[in-house]
Design a protein around this ligand. Structure first.
Ligand code: NAD
Length: 259
């Protein structure tokens, strides 16, 4: 990939998104960070990324809102001149059985984890078509391929992300644009730490024991996937070698969906 590509990574002020931002900045991309964060954290993240000598900017759009997603794309074009790489990464979780799952949590998860991908792609595609180059990478999940109890909205949204990825890939198949999805297994980010803490509390076990239980249950490798490993996969999907990967749903999950 040529240096100087302009990348938006939603939800990049934390976890996997920040890992992806770091790998892409290192590869010479200008980065539009996005997410909910405080000023001090934002300054620290920008400083860390500045060592790669690319443009690092931030837009605090709430991507669960269609109009703010549109603004995020428009402001990035205004500032950087284009959008070459779009990584739809921001996501949230809520765990509850179907009967007690709050309507508000369902709506928030579908809006954040699924609808945001539709809105960002809708507004980025005309720009990518005009420049005849684009890479769209949606961060789905092992839960885009298989289910778990208690995660009705998350599993529905992530299966939706995989379907959406294939439609966009077909509609751009003849263009120099690709759309693919990555399905990570457990990555030790704030999103997962919260679930580990809840489990530890509910079962009266230590955090370390709850971590082992989490890996035991789903991830045959017994190791967490690292955010920069997902970043490297994103970088590969942006490379010429991956230009014929269209609508691929790629697992990076320590063997989760293999069994
Ligand atoms: P995280 O909680 O560490 O980070 C989530 C990011 O999204 C944060 O920057 C947060 O501010 C941002 N965000 C949340 N809601 C937003 C909104 N409405 N508008 C803008 N930004 C918003 O989570 P993570 O674990 O790094 O997850 C990143 C993605 O990876 C999610 O889509 C998640 O579903 C997916 N994923 C995570 C795991 C895992 O084990 N951590 C596994 C599979 C898939």
């Amino acid at each position: 990939m040529d240096k100087g590509k302009n990348a938006i990574i939603t939800g990049s002020t934390s976890g996997i998104g920040y890992g992806i931002a770091t790998v892409l900045a290192k590869a010479g991309c200008n980065i539009m960070l996005n997410g909910f964060t405080d000023q001090a954290t934002l300054e620290r993240l920008k400083k860390e990324l500045s060592v790669y000598n690319t443009k690092i900017s931030f837009n605090g759009a709430d991507i669960s809102k269609a109009s703010e997603v549109q603004t995020l794309i428009e402001k990035t074009v205004e500032e950087f001149g284009s959008v070459d790489i779009l990584v739809n990464n921001a996501g949230i979780q809520h765990v509850d059985k179907v009967e007690s799952f709050p309507d508000s949590s369902w709506d928030a998860i579908i809006a954040t984890n699924l609808s945001s991908c539709f809105h960002s792609i809708k507004h980025a595609l005309p720009i990518m078509r005009k420049q005849n180059w684009g890479r769209i990478i949606n961060i789905a999940s092992a839960h885009g391929l298989v289910a778990s109890e208690g995660k009705i909205a998350y599993v529905s949204a992530k299966h939706g992300v995989c379907g959406l990825t294939k439609v966009v890939a077909l509609e751009t198949a003849k263009d120099n644009i690709t759309c693919n999805a990555i399905c990570p297994g457990w990555v030790l980010t704030p999103l997962v730490k919260e679930q580990i803490e809840e489990n530890a509390k509910a079962k009266n076990i230590s955090i370390a024991e709850a971590e082992i239980e989490l890996l035991d249950e789903k991830q045959p490798s017994h190791k967490f996937v690292q955010s920069d490993q997902i970043g490297d996969l994103v970088l590969f999907l942006c490379s010429e070698a991956a230009s014929q990967m269209k609508g691929s749903i790629i697992s990076i999950d320590g063997g989760w969906v293999a069994r």
